[in-house]
Each structure stands twice: as structure tokens, then as C-alpha cells.
Design a protein. Sequence first.
Length: 379
Amino acid sequence: MLNIAQTLLRWCRDARPFALATVVDVRGSTPLPLGTAMAVDADGNAVGSVSGGCVEGAVYDLCRQALREGGAPHRAWFGFSDDDAFAVGLTCGGELVVLVQTVGAAARPHLAAALDEAVQGLPVAVAQVVDGPAGLLGATLGVLGDGRVVSGTLDDGSADAMVADEALALLRAGRTARVALGGSGPDCPGPLSVLVHVQASRPRMLVFGAVDFAAALSRAGAFLGYRVTVCDARPVFATAERFPYADEVVTSWPHRYLERTEVDSRTAVCVLTHDAKFDVPLLRLALDLPVGYVGAMGSRRTHDERLRLLREEGVGEEQLARLRSPIGLDLGARTPEETAVSITAEIIAHVGGGSGLPLSRGTGPIHRTAPRRRFSPVS
């Protein structure tokens, strides 16, 4: 849904009727991820995509039908058919379920409040009921990063509170996911399946060492959507002119900057200085923080010496096991630009659970689906 937030916001503000088709379940290899949406307005204008082209025509027709006939939201399944693979099916071999619903006058103002946050680039989560009681199917609820509920069409107090709590948790994790909620207790709504669409602040990439490799890595990190900081203790090298793709360039001792800056589980720490006086205090701190990735540049000899010094500083083996060193995947990289690709490839593989092997050497689906988190019933 948030992939087309700007158009949806305009349609909501214009009080324009539209139908929304959202990918609410994926299995196997599918072109686009969970939560991707397509919308069609009353004039037949379409925006967005649910499959990268495979089933767009069929989904467009379902949206037009929903606008003509009204009725309750409904789900449509699309998969691969050996007999008619290029008709209405996914030629990649996966399966997806699309929820088709009309967005009426009652829902538009509430949805617009959340979409407005998304368009401004602010953190927001939009929870959408994709399975459950007919009266709640397709209902939405929006949550800001500070926990305020900015929209809600569930019209069920206990469901609102439960969905808002889980939407906030996923917003803080920066992850779009489908979750199962509800239970059989007297104060609980019936079981619900809710897809939480998340737009979070950009993840951070902290690059330590104002070297040529850092210039290339900051550019690659910005391309991938990271908020990039380059930090070096030497003011003659740590300049904005040398790192035009970085969001900020900081002159500070690396470990002192890391002590005072904000990090989370999505933060990537890349240490490119390969100088022990910078590396050791920085890595000792980084390996003790809840960051998502810690990598350090250097030869294998440098790596071995670095490990020895870190052990002398009291860093345990469990912490050392988190260190990606020498940094990057073995791509045969030589230039700073090639090395940046090597490093970012390792970060992508680490975040996405990839093996780093050529796809031609593997089997099974090429697109991974994040495991669903199932919450205990609340009573």
C-alpha cells in the first residue's frame, strides 16, 4: 500500500472512489513482496503493481468489478499453471493472494491521515485486516512512530488496542509483516490476520575511515536507501566535499562518535580504517551494541592481529563471532567501487538471510519470505 501512498492520498483528499488490491500472502518465488498494492479509480486509472506484470490485467479487472458492483472485500489467488502458464498465472512459479476492496467515503479520511505521514517521509505503520470476521476484513488502522493512533476503521475497541500494539512493534523493527492476533478469551476479538505496512526511518550505515573505499561505499549505501554517516578523527580528510553521497560527515574519534549516536538492529557498522588505534576501541564498543552488522576491512593478517588485541581488551568469543572480517563477499573486487559492491552484497545477504552463492548453484525459490511472527492470544 505504501508503495503508492502519494496517489492514494490524492484520491482520498479528492473523495475519489477507488479499489485497492493488496498482496496479502506470498509463497515460493514471487516478483513483488508482501504489502505491495495496486489501485484503480472510478475512471479506470491504475497505479502500482502486484506482480511486476504477470497478473496485472486480471487484478485490474477485479478492481473495476469491485467498483461497479460494490460488495465485501474478497481474496483472489494466483499461481502457476502448467497448462496455461502465460494466461493468468505467475510464470516464476510462486503463488500470491490478493485482497481486493473498495475504499469508501467512511474510510478515506482515516486512511488519508496515515498516508499523509508516509508521503512526508515520516515513520508510520498501516495495519490492514486481511483475514477474520467479514465486518472487519479490509479495515485499516494507522500508527505513528510515537505510538499515536492516527486512523482507525476497525470500530472495535479491543481489536484497535491489540492491532495498534503490534503495529507499533513492527514499526520500531522497521519491518512489514503479516501477524496473527486474537484468541478465545472473553475480552478478545475473534482471530484476526493483520498485514502491517511499515514505513520506517531509513536504516543507518556508519562508515568509519575517510578513505577512497569509504567514498565508494557511501555512494553504494545511499543507493540502497541507507542514511550514511562517514566518521574520521582527521579533519583534513573528513570533509563533505570528499563524500558528497554521505548524509553527514563527522570529525571525531570513531568510538566516541559511536558512543553518542543512535543505532538500532538495522544499523550497519563498516570499519575501513584498519588502524589498531582506531579499530580496537571502536570494534570493542560496536560488538557490544545491538546493531545489525559489523564489518572491518583488512588483510587476514590484520584480522588475526585485530582479534588478538580485542581478546586482550576482554571481548568474548560470542561477540567476536559477530565480526565480519575481512569485510565483504569474495567477488574478486579490486577497486574501491568493486569493494563497495562486495561489502554491500554481504550486508544484503546478512540482512536477508542469503547464502552469498550464485543463484545458478542453488535450488528452490530465489525469493525468501520472512518467517511470520505469531503472537500469543491476549486476554
